[in-house]
Design a protein around this ligand. Structure first.
Ligand code: DC
Length: 233
């Protein structure tokens, strides 16, 4: 049987819609490479925080922009856990970039055009090999506008806040639901209204509202879309 061609899949959408869980599962099922672009923006944010360039009420953008060329951001596969982990200048920062301090500042860092330019370049280089599932906010619009399959994922803010809240509670974190909901609204607003690559549904992207869908259901739906795309070839 002829080996099926590998396509590229762009997965965009709002925060806490299960993009990364879905993208990881798709990559595993298809034997594709998973690229978590949010992790890259988080790694740059961590770098800015560690250098004291961003904090409550201040952001020394120019310092960060000057340092961008020296930044080495990438992924390495961890065979033990079966996942790929984020590396910043040779250091494994996978756990650090998931911390709430990083989440608090990442939208500001992701709004800097120079940061986006640098990260998009790395992402496009990875996409050139094909067989990539990439999730983020501008994948279908900017990074891979030619991806064979583009999906825009959304769910109601309350459903997304509930998922985020449950996730944080399960890690033993003390959180307040109203605060999580405010954070969801705030991130939506910043991500959709920023000047540089605002979050929007790409032309030709299929809409997936998963407010009332389980993760396995959405994975199956996207896999059926992959079959549809490959069947047309
Ligand atoms: O998906 P995430 O929560 O890890 O993303 C972290 C932040 O990075 C989020 O505020 C949006 C931003 N981001 C972006 O602007 N462009 C991307 N391609 C991916 C993430």
């Amino acid at each position: 049987m002829k080996q099926k061609r590998k396509i590229n899949i762009a997965l965009d959408g709002h925060a806490s819609t299960g993009k990364s869980t879905t993208a990881k599962a798709l990559a595993r099922r298809l034997g594709y490479i998973y690229v978590d672009t949010g992790a890259m923006y988080r790694a740059v944010t961590l770098y800015a925080l560690e250098n004291g360039w961003i904090g409550p009420g201040f952001f020394y953008r120019e310092r960060l922009i000057d340092a961008l060329n020296g930044l080495d951001i990438g992924f390495r596969y961890n065979a033990e856990t079966g996942t790929s982990e984020t590396f910043l200048n040779g250091r494994n920062v996978e756990a650090l970039i998931r911390r709430p301090e990083v989440a608090d500042y990442v939208s500001q860092v992701a709004a800097v055009p120079e940061v986006r330019r640098k990260l998009v370049e790395i992402q496009q280089q990875i996409a050139r090999q094909g067989g990539v599932v990439m999730d983020g906010r501008d994948i279908g619009t900017v990074v891979m506008p030619d991806a064979e399959l583009k999906v825009f994922m959304t769910a109601s803010p309350e459903v997304r806040a509930r998922r985020r809240y449950d996730e944080m509670r399960s890690k033993g974190e003390e959180v307040d639901f109203e605060q999580v909901l405010r954070n969801v609204h705030q991130r939506d607003r910043i991500d959709s209204t920023r000047k540089a690559s605002p979050l929007r549904r790409a032309e030709g992207a299929r809409l997936l509202d998963n407010s009332n869908m389980s993760i396995p259901e959405q994975i199956d739906l996207i896999l059926s879309w992959v079959d549809e795309v490959l069947g047309k070839e």
